[in-house]
Design a protein around this ligand. Structure first.
Ligand code: PLP
Length: 404
């Protein structure tokens, strides 16, 4: 076999895999894993929501066979998933202006969406925030998008939103460009636009005739409130702007390996809805034929059983309040140690990540000397910090920044 070189877009992904391998190989007792965005509890272990365990058991007991699902997956699930974002959609569901495809995680929903936009909407240009989740670019490249563009998003110095940059870059985007919009808990910065800023983004998207493609993977993790975190999608919906949305259930149900996702379409009644459904079905049929069952049924159980739903939504209060406490304590520890720079951004924003933006030398030093592993270029999983390691991590950050 002769294997071609790995395309450039996969470099960062490669770096993450390398970091994970380095962590596994590290024999130091001090080693700390802050690499991937998974929820860790105070003891440092991966957390599984008790409500998920309960629902899983119920689904197991109710499962009579393992028949194939349809190409679009479980209709009840896609409806519950769209409802989780938009609230009451009974009318739109019945007139089919809103519909969903059960997908293989959020990543799968993005890929199916990207294939659809390229193959059937003749889209060739896509815009991502700079920076963005590492998988965005390779996904759209692999679907055939020729023009991969970035809109300014993050001011590295002040670690704040570059809203003027977003507005300007989107105002210059050509018609029919796809714009990936992370809804909340932006990966990797955790800096999100305000409602007023979103409104202007929506106006530009409408005026420029761009195609908004939402990516929501952290609903609930930014503010602690599921409805508040989906506000921008509801706003686009109210404004009558057609959109596509890739929804991930991995983080919000602590079910990373069950690969549950939904690709939502919200279209005007005049759109050729049957054609869209049939085209997306063709893509799915050729890729994996039909989606898997167990994780999706588990989530459906929680979304449609009021007792389980309340238990689940209340768990955000606990998880997000822990994240807030860690952010406060981490900022204080850094400021007490006189870490170079300003640290207000750590408590100004919520969510799972803090982006330290290390240089490659700093990253290497941090890893080799302190045995702390983060995603390049220094994105750390906040939930991996706890009372036992927070001072050590703050000291390591301080020393690393002072060194160079
Ligand atoms: N979108 C963003 C912004 C993400 O951070 C992630 C996962 O890290 C995904 C999508 C994909 O989620 P999933 O694990 O469900 O494929």
């Amino acid at each position: 076999l002769r294997v071609k070189c790995v395309p450039e877009a996969f470099d960062i992904e490669e770096e993450i895999i390398k970091t994970m391998n380095d962590y596994d190989k590290d024999v130091s007792l001090k080693k700390i894993d802050l690499i991937i965005g998974v929820y860790r509890s105070e003891d440092g272990d991966l957390y599984l929501l008790p409500v998920v365990k309960k629902a899983q058991q119920m689904v197991l007991e109710e499962t009579l066979n393992h028949n194939y699902l349809s190409i679009r997956g479980i209709d009840e699930f896609t409806k519950a998933a769209c409802t989780l974002i938009l609230g009451d959609i009974e009318k739109q569901w019945n007139d089919e202006t809103i519909f969903g495809f059960q997908c293989i995680g959020g990543a799968g929903a993005l890929k199916i969406g990207a294939d659809f936009l390229h193959q059937f909407m003749e889209c060739t240009t896509v815009y991502f925030s700079d920076p963005t989740w590492v998988n965005h670019e390779p996904t759209f490249k692999s679907s055939g998008f020729k023009n991969i563009r970035k809109y300014r998003y993050f001011k590295k110095e002040s670690k704040s939103l570059d809203i003027e940059g977003i507005w300007e870059d989107l105002s210059n985007a050509p018609e029919n460009s796809v714009v990936i919009l992370q809804v909340c808990g932006h990966n990797p910065t955790c800096v999100d636009p305000t409602k007023e800023q979103w409104k202007k983004i929506a106006k530009i998207i409408k005026e420029q005739k761009l195609i908004p493609f939402f990516d929501i993977a952290y609903q609930g993790f930014a503010s602690g409130d599921l409805i508040e975190d989906a506000w921008v999608i509801r706003y686009f919906f109210q404004e009558g702007i057609d959109f596509i949305c890739a929804q991930s259930f991995s983080k919000i149900f602590t079910m990373y390996n069950e690969r549950v996702g939904n690709l939502m379409f919200s279209m005007k009644p005049s759109s050729e809805i049957d054609v869209i459904k049939s085209n997306v079905s063709k893509i799915v049929r050729c890729m994996y034929s039909n989606p898997p069952n167990h994780g999706t049924k588990t989530i459906l159980k929680i979304l449609t059983n009021s007792e389980l739903y309340n238990e689940w939504s209340n768990s955000f209060t606990i998880m997000v309040s822990r994240i807030k406490t860690i952010r406060i304590d981490f900022r204080k520890a850094l400021e007490d140690l006189g870490a170079p720079g300003k640290w207000n951004y750590i408590t100004d924003h919520g969510g799972m990540f803090i982006l330290l933006n290390f240089t490659s030398n700093q990253l290497e030093y941090f890893q080799q000397f302190y045995h702390i592993y983060v995603s390049p270029p220094g994105r750390l999983n906040v939930t991996g910090l706890n009372t036992n390691n927070i001072d050590y991590i703050a000291k390591a950050v301080t020393e690393t920044l002072k060194k160079s």
